[in-house]
Design a binder for this molecule. Structure first.
Ligand SMILES: [Zn+2]
Ligand SMILES: [Zn+2]
Length: 389
């Protein structure tokens, strides 16, 4: 990389001019190609990407398009690199950056808001009013890497310093990729009220956010924490992460009654909805007690009918969260650093960066009960072709 004036590099951390990068063509079509290594501007650093976790939202972006929004439209055939849950090492500092050092390991948040709109000023940078306005004549500097700008399925990426989370040496690369997932769960619990010690919480859906939602709620002192889902192998992990009760809704289809039975016959104070199931919102509304709060953290594909009269009659609060706002990743990382829960219980597979299509297939089809699948640019031998297919 040719470092322009003001950009700091270090000979101990040499940076090539070009890098390997996956790019999206038509829906579901990824090609491994080369791109120039990007150059950090003011308030940005260059990150050497060491590991990237695959998220269900990556699969939405790659196969369907939204919520990715590239140059105001669908992400297909725009030389765009997906991937957003990554960690790595800072290898170059943009002009004026002294908050981080070259050689420092970090994990990243996705959303760097524009920093100048009303919501960014309130700390709600995942709801930036200039979302996706980062190109052409309307460049507001907004970045959501892997959604509105190039992401992490490559060797290097630039990040605003506001999106960096310092991690300790003892934390593995794989665990560090999970900071933003735990941060999303933390943001949901922050928005539900923050102080959940002694309050009853249901988490619906044992995907990565739901499982870490159980872990974070328990670490914050919630009691009881109840997890609902359909797969026993994931419910077992939920118990290991701190759930007081788990409910397999295939065995107990009246999930509202099943929740109340486990909470002394009453509804719970909070529901964190992470399943995106068709009737999940109504079930969540019937699970909370009067005046309770429901936070929606999953993206369903279709609109749903919602029992609004029940919300009004019972003074229920219903809110949605987008991603990891209000610095929640820092609070989540603090729990992980203190080993308040073991996030690695949800990490199941690691592949080399060049095996991304295999890794995506494992995540999409849940091959070998995959939950979090991680790809690494170095240190992982590529899968033999015969074994991969
Ligand atoms: Zn994600
Ligand atoms: Zn903004």
């Amino acid at each position: 990389m040719d470092a322009p004036a003001g950009v700091k590099t270090d000979p101990n951390w040499p940076i090539p001019d070009r890098m390997k990068a996956w790019v999206l063509g038509n829906p579901g079509e990824l090609t491994l190609t080369e791109k120039p290594v990007p150059v950090p501007k003011k308030a940005e650093v260059l990150v050497r990407i060491d590991a990237v976790a695959i998220c269900a939202t990556d699969l939405d972006n790659i196969y369907h398009g939204p919520p990715a929004l590239i140059q105001g439209g669908p992400p297909f055939n725009k030389n765009w690199t997906p991937g957003h849950e990554y960690m790595g090492t800072v290898v170059a500092l943009g002009p004026g950056v002294d908050e981080y050092k070259i050689g420092q390991r970090i994990s990243v948040e996705i959303h760097a808001g524009c920093g100048q709109c009303k919501r960014c000023r309130e700390g709600m940078y995942t709801s930036c009013h200039n979302y996706g306005l980062n190109y052409g004549d309307v460049d507001k500097g907004h970045r959501a890497n892997g959604f509105t700008t190039d992401g992490g399925f490559c060797e290097y990426q630039i990040n605003n310093i506001n999106t960096l989370v310092a991690i300790p040496d003892e934390m593995s690369d794989e665990e560090a990729t999970l900071v933003v997932t735990a941060g999303t769960a933390m943001y949901g619990l922050t928005e539900l009220g923050g102080l959940v010690a002694g309050e009853s919480v249901v988490v619906t859906g044992p995907g990565p956010i739901g499982l870490l939602g159980v872990a974070v709620a328990k670490a914050m002192g919630a009691q009881p924490v109840i997890l609902t889902g359909t797969r026993d192998n994931r419910l077992v992990i939920g118990t290991e992460l701190g759930a007081d009760h788990v409910i397999n809704i295939r065995k107990e289809p009246d999930v509202v009654a099943a929740v109340k039975t486990r909470n002394g016959g009453k509804g719970v104070d909070y529901v964190l909805e992470c399943s995106a199931a068709p009737n999940a919102v109504n079930e969540a509304l019937y699970m909370v007690n009067r005046g309770g709060k429901v936070c929606l953290a999953a993206f369903p594909h279709d609109p749903a009918l919602v029992d609004i009269a029940h919300i009004v009659r019972n003074n229920i609060y219903l809110l949605g969260i987008r991603g990891e706002g209000k610095s929640a990743t820092h609070r989540a990382e603090a729990f992980m650093r203190q080993k308040r829960f073991d996030a690695t219980k949800i990490h199941t597979h690691t592949f080399a960066l060049e095996d991304l299509p295999t890794a995506l297939r494992y995540a999409k089809d849940r091959v070998e009960d995959a939950i979090k699948v991680v790809v690494k640019a170095r240190g992982v031998p590529a899968v033999q072709k015969e074994a991969a297919e």
